[in-house]
Unconditional design. Structure first.
Length: 227
């Protein structure tokens, strides 16, 4: 990737909702103007991980880590700066093609796989929403007063209350667990032995960019706990 101008990087940062991004990894709870959760970078029992939507940064008062959305993906998902920037740019709808060279062909192929994984997940979540297993999510939709037209337009769905439903479907479709992990849809088990679905028992909200292409998901838990 060619050097991306600072104003483009700033645009990516500004257009990404940091609470929504980190909320896909950490259970966050509002605390005044900010959000708190257990730090994903060290073991703790009392939340000290602070996300400030106003300043668009996170900071842990326990271990001292701090940064923005790009830094979070670099540290949490072990991505390089260009990889993290691409992922956030896709999420924000910022086109970086002008800064990609021939050496980025493999990266584009990888992102095609990520798009495919999100498309598969969207289809599965919609199927689950319409099935008997989707009744808790449908009840939440009714509670929110969302019409059938809104549900269809925004492609709302439901994740199964199971550890590997998406993993099984993806495997049948030829999508490796590592691809789901990079897409943010699966989590590697402690010790590195296999994966499990990130989203379980939730009402699912696809996040789209122009296309429209689904690049991420938001999820609302259905058991009364914080999302």
């Amino acid at each position: 990737m060619k050097k991306v101008p600072e104003h483009v990087i700033a645009e990516v940062r500004d257009r990404v909702d940091l609470v929504e991004l980190i909320g896909g990894y950490v259970n966050l709870k509002r605390s005044g103007r900010n959000f708190l959760g257990l730090c994903p970078f060290h073991q703790e029992k009392t939340p000290s991980f602070n996300v400030s939507p106003d300043r668009a940064i996170y900071h842990c008062f326990g271990c001292g880590v701090t940064g923005d959305g790009i830094r979070f993906l670099m540290e949490h998902d072990h991505l390089s700066f260009p990889e993290a920037l691409r992922q956030l740019a896709l999420r924000a709808g910022v086109d970086l093609k002008a800064y990609e060279g021939r050496g980025d062909e493999r990266s584009r192929e990888e992102y095609d796989l990520l798009y495919h994984a999100h498309t598969l997940a969207t289809r599965l979540y919609r199927e689950i929403l319409r099935s008997p297993a989707g009744e808790p999510a449908r009840a939440e939709i009714r509670r929110r007063g969302l019409s059938a037209e809104v549900v269809d337009e925004y492609r709302l769905g439901a994740s199964a209350d199971a550890w590997d439903r998406l993993l099984q479907v993806a495997r049948q479709d030829g999508i490796r667990s590592e691809v789901l992990e990079k897409a943010g849809l699966a989590i590697r088990r402690e010790g590195g032995s296999g994966h499990y679905d990130r989203f379980r028992g939730r009402l699912m909200f696809p996040i789209e960019v122009a296309g429209p292409k689904v690049v991420a998901f938001g999820g609302r838990v259905l058991d009364g706990k914080e999302p």
